[in-house]
Design a protein around this ligand. Structure first.
Ligand code: ADP
Ligand code: MG
Length: 595
């Protein structure tokens, strides 16, 4: 069965559900839809972006209270009375208020790392809950009633069966938007947040911005859910916006499959139905009243985390035989390229770089330069400080002292992202790629700075032209390094040597003028090494500057125009390959042969 067919079937079921279901079942479906909208935000935020939030219920509350207050005309001052009674103004204001609060909270909390972030979300989750309860104009703990029901095209959605359609249209719309976002340039940046921040920054991604974006989207989804909720119930009080419910939303996302858009729906469905069922049956079964379902949920959470960390969606997806969509190598017009610097021009100049790690001096007074159309090899025994030097130059881990000039500009204190913009691109000795993403998508991350369409365009699929060109460019680079056979494979399934090659393609996708390659040939077989040397020569002839770290002497000597030798963090020799090979200091350093 094709995914499209499944989707049409599912929508068909949704359409007829209210006709055949009882009123109680429709209400349950409404709650599932509302919760799934919130959980979807968490799929994006937590499942994909790796940022855990316990506080989403508070954003639901913001949406609900905004519209509750605004849509009751008697709450408004005279001058604004004309707006009064309109749930649509309530929606708009709710979204604005939520966006404002989310941006402030996001800027404050997203910088927190590790477990401080979830703790931060708990803190504001609790604060907003108490705020709702203590503001008298919001009805305090008693809440507000008399909220009008929604009406669309003159049809009043008073009946649960009518609200049902609106809720599910909103949910499907939100799923569509989220799916689109993840399948875009911005989406690749978002997917890099979990485990790929250093790499993404080095490719020019503003990861702090991507975090705020998903935080904002998740908050807005929650707010819309709150808006629908308020007009469905026609009553709000603080109870459904507390921390406990916030935890339940997170639970839904995790149980459903936190990294999949449909997981939100599965999770919401399973939890809400189960909760209902447990609330009905457990007290009878145990002969006592109480919130026993909470205990069962706790046990269930532990089981899910142990047995099915990726949630239920991947299991369901495996059970349903789905025909894989045929993937075609993207084609498209070439992207504009950077002006190539004239051959011989100095691209990179590192002067007297010192890098200390506590008491350890990993680079001491290191200087080197690279010209356009030149391959420089940086060699030296393990631990000599070569990778450290790369990190200083590329801004990944800036130097303690010294100066780095790139294209005549001082970049010593710039972020790796800023340096990437100027045309420096790198690979990493310990490969940094996103193992579950395809080779093509990984390479496309390298082209991040060559696209300009933003989040909204991505969500609405208005960037398809640019996206096609980006993917086509990525595909060209994949082919250039000889990985075309694995272009749609997950990057994690490649052999280590090929993963390094992938990193070269990713670096090339940025259209750099200077390429920094940290041990690109390690793990490659003889023929693959030859192909790599061939490619590097070709790039040099096109005018690119290349700085590479390599252990294979034969490879280096046949390829490099100049060699810089390091030992114990210092430069011990520099010059033409033949001269360096005969240098007594180098022979001494390499006594016993090259590793
Ligand atoms: P090479 O790439 O030449 O093998 P490195 O630059 O990786 O060497 O390491 C040089 C020295 O700096 C080593 O002693 C290493 O342990 C140390 N070092 C590298 N990175 C760090 C770090 N982030 N923190 C502390 N020490 C480090
Ligand atoms: Mg190294």
């Amino acid at each position: 069965m094709s995914p499209r067919f499944m989707l049409i079937g599912f929508i068909g079921l949704l359409l007829i559900a209210p006709q055949v279901a009882s009123e109680f079942q429709v209400t349950l479906l409404n709650y599932i839809g509302l919760a799934a909208i919130v959980a979807l935000g968490l799929v994006l935020l937590t499942g994909v972006g790796g940022l855990t939030s316990f506080g989403q219920a508070a954003f639901v509350g913001l949406g609900a209270y905004s519209t509750a207050w605004l849509s009751r005309a008697e709450n408004l001052p005279d001058w604004a009375a004309i707006l009064g009674g309109s749930p649509w103004i309530g929606l708009l204001v709710g979204l604005l208020v939520t966006a404002l609060v989310a941006i402030v909270l996001g800027l404050l909390t997203l910088r927190l790392s590790g477990h401080y972030l979830p703790l931060g979300t708990i803190a504001w989750g609790i604060s907003l809950y108490f705020l709702f309860g203590n503001l008298q104009f919001l009805g305090g703990h008693n809440g507000m009633s008399g909220i009008p029901s929604l009406s669309i095209f003159g049809v009043e959605l008073q009946d649960g069966r009518y609200v049902y359609y609106l809720i599910w249209v909103v949910l499907l719309g939100a799923i569509w938007l989220t799916h689109n976002l993840l399948d875009s340039r911005e989406g690749r940046a978002i997917r890099a947040l979990k485990g790929g921040v250093v790499m993404a920054e080095a490719m020019g991604v503003d990861t702090a911005r991507s975090k705020v974006v998903i935080f904002l989207v998740a908050a807005l989804f929650a707010s819309v859910s709150g808006w629908l909720y308020a007009h469905m119930q026609r009553f709000v009080n603080p109870t459904p916006f507390g921390l406990g419910i916030g935890i339940e939303y997170l639970f839904m996302a995790v149980v459903g499959g936190a990294a999949h858009v449909w997981g939100a729906l599965i999770g919401a469905g399973v939890i809400i139905i189960l909760k209902q069922w447990l609330q009905d049956w457990l007290p009878q079964l145990l002969g006592a009243s109480g919130s026993f379902e909470v205990i069962v949920f706790g046990v269930m959470m532990i089981l899910v985390l142990q047995r099915a960390r990726d949630g239920l969606w991947p299991i369901i997806a495996r059970l349903v035989p789905m025909r894989k969509a045929v993937q075609r190598v993207p084609q498209g017009v070439a992207l504009p390229r950077r002006a190539v610097p004239e051959a011989g021009r100095i691209l990179l100049e590192a002067r007297n770089i010192v890098k200390r790690f506590g008491g350890l001096v990993a680079n001491n007074n290191m200087s080197l330069s690279v010209r356009a159309g030149e391959i420089i090899a940086l060699i030296g025994p393990n631990g000599a400080g070569k990778s450290t030097m790369f990190n200083c130059i590329s801004g990944v881990n800036p130097a303690s002292e010294g100066e780095v000039l790139f294209c005549g500009k001082a970049v010593t204190n710039l972020d790796s992202r800023e340096i990437a913009k100027l045309g420096m691109s790198r690979s990493f000795q310990h490969v940094r790629l996103l193992p579950t993403m395809s080779v093509l998508e990984n390479v496309a991350i390298g082209g991040h700075l060559r696209g300009f369409k933003g989040v909204l365009a991505s969500m609405l699929r208005l960037e398809r032209g640019e996206e096609a060109r980006l993917l086509a460019e990525a595909a060209r680079q994949v082919e250039r390094v000889g990985l075309q056979e694995s272009i749609f494979e997950p990057a994690g399934s490649l052999a280590l040597g090929q993963q390094r090659t992938l990193e070269i393609a990713r670096a090339l996708c940025a259209d750099p003028c200077l390429l920094l390659l940290d041990e690109p040939a390690a793990g490659l077989r003889y023929l693959e090494k030859q192909a790599l040397a061939e490619l590097l020569r070709k790039l040099r002839d096109e005018g690119m500057g290349i700085l590479l770290v390599e252990h294979d002497m034969e490879f280096v000597m046949g390829l490099a125009d100049r060699v810089v030798v390091m030992e114990f963090g210092e430069k011990i020799a520099e010059g033409l390959p033949e001269a360096v090979q005969r240098d007594p200091a180098v022979l001494e350093a390499y006594l016993g042969g090259v590793e």
